[in-house]
Design a binder for this molecule. Structure first.
Ligand code: PHE
Length: 471
């Protein structure tokens, strides 16, 4: 996928080569964006934050903040053509500011490590659901049985730990071998196949009897339920699902050929990612209501509704196995984006081979991830800092586990903060000529981007962060 012949009009080239085509880049960024964030996290966060109003705020965040931040990140990546830390340092000096901007890249590297530490645990659940699906345990199961299967599984530290270990092993293996053709092929096949299975599920959920109720929950805003906490959750989710604010997209942008339109590529990724998340919501909430589950159920939501749906349909064993395999692929292509900044940095700065870097970073992430593994069993009573809703009634009634805290601090604090600094850098520190050059000239799109990147996105992020932290 990365070819060394990309033309750069005489500019910097990346050490690691360039994407072979515009499509290869879009596929890689889509592979990073589409993952557990869309199918597992979006419905569960929307459910815990009251549905409709949350979804509208989330969509506004995606368009008005997510899109300009993504464009900023890609343009910075392509201009610097190094790992995010080195790129921020280089451009900071080049644009007459300071090399200290490298710390923004640093926050991103750390955020990626922490996100993958719990992401891998959930991806492990997905892996474990493949053999469970194949064994037919979900066929004809009731919602109590499906919930019991989930709770028995996550309650066992060694089963969750084993699944986490397998997923990290797979991730290290691919990162070590280099992100060559495999990724492109996987994404080319996975995204359409996932979309197809989501449509099959949508058909089932339309017939479940509670489709109207699900749609109403998802799209009718109950503004009175909207708190600054849920606005922050929407903002954090927008960053998480688009893979922005931590340098993943910046690292991928470093391999982007000069002639590719950044606006076009970002638009394509944002649309694909949003469609898959909304589809997931449309599948899951009707099933939640049809089966007497609560939308605020939390992290297990998808692992309870989807097996129920599969268990009740003809060919469910096959569909369900294929679905969890595809979801595992989606998680895996996202995991690659999460470690790429750290690995690229170790390779460029510390003269490590890709394989050594992958094992070192992957081992560290595996270790940090043990905290999240134990959050569902041995350490489930170790609770602090962030408040969570434990019984699905919409009231945050307890402190969160290690898992909840890592999730909250990375998605809701580190990513928005990283995104804020990245857009401020692109909008205020980089001179007009540099950004216009990357974004294809100073036309209308450029002007819209610049207003959003200079004013709306940074102010929006600041207001949400300040209010949510104060309240
Ligand atoms: N966007 C991915 C998802 O939705 C998660 C991710 C975040 C991947 C940040 C890379 C960087 O599952």
């Amino acid at each position: 996928m990365l070819s060394k012949q990309g033309s750069d009009g005489g500019k910097r080239t990346s050490l690691h080569g360039h994407w072979s085509s515009r499509m290869a880049f879009i596929l890689a960024v889509t592979g990073s964006a589409v993952g557990l964030g869309n199918i597992w996290k979006f419905p569960y966060i929307a459910g815990q934050n009251g549905g409709g109003a949350f979804v509208l705020v989330y969509l506004l965040c995606v368009v008005l903040i997510g899109m300009p931040v993504m464009m900023s990140e890609i343009l910075i990546g392509r201009r610097g053509r190094r790992n995010p830390i080195a790129t921020m340092e280089l451009l900071g000096k080049e644009e007459g500011s300071s090399g200290n901007w490298k710390w923004v890249g640093g926050i991103g590297v750390v955020a990626g490590i922490f996100i993958l530490s719990y992401y891998s645990v959930v991806a492990g659940w997905v892996l474990a659901y493949v053999p469970k699906s194949m064994s037919g345990v979900f066929a004809g199961a009731t919602s109590e049985q499906v919930s019991a299967i989930f709770e028995n599984f996550t309650g066992s530290w060694w089963q969750v730990g084993l699944a986490h270990t397998v997923f990290m092993g797979l991730t290290i293996f691919v990162v070590a071998r280099g992100v060559e053709r495999g990724l492109e092929q996987a994404v080319r096949f996975m995204v359409p196949a996932l979309l197809f299975l989501m449509l099959v599920l949508l058909g089932y959920s339309i017939n479940s009897g509670s489709f109207g109720e699900g749609v109403e929950f998802l799209f009718t805003p109950k503004w009175e339920d909207l708190t600054w906490g849920s606005v922050l959750a929407a903002l954090g989710q927008a960053f998480f699902t688009l893979s922005i604010g931590m340098g993943a997209v910046m690292a991928y942008g470093a391999y982007l050929p000069e002639e590719t339109s950044i606006t076009g590529a970002s638009g394509a990724v944002v649309i694909a990612d949003t469609i898959i998340a909304i589809l997931a919501g449309l599948v899951i909430f009707p099933l939640v209501f049809a089966n007497g589950l609560s939308p605020g159920e939390g992290a297990g939501l998808v692992f309870e509704t989807l097996p129920l749906a599969f268990g009740g349909m003809a060919g469910g064993v096959v569909f369900s196995s294929v679905f969890f395999v595809l979801l595992a692929f989606a998680a895996w292509t996202s995991a690659l984006g999460l470690v790429e900044p750290a690995v690229a940095w170790l390779v460029e700065h510390h003269n490590r081979t890709r394989a050594q870097a992958a094992v070192m970073i992957g081992g560290l992430i595996w270790f940090v991830g043990l905290g999240s593994v134990l959050s569902f069993n041995v350490l489930s009573e170790l609770r602090f800092l962030v408040r969570v809703d434990t019984d699905g009634d919409g009231v945050k009634d307890a402190y969160g586990t290690i898992f909840n805290n890592v999730d909250f601090l990375t998605s809701n604090i580190m990513l928005p903060l990283g995104g804020l600094l990245i857009t401020v850098f692109a909008g205020w520190v980089m001179c007009r000529n540099s950004t216009a050059d990357e974004l294809g000239g100073a036309g209308t799109t450029y002007r819209i981007w610049r207003v959003l990147a200079r004013f709306l996105a940074p102010l929006g992020i600041l207001i949400v962060l300040i209010n949510a932290v104060m309240s």
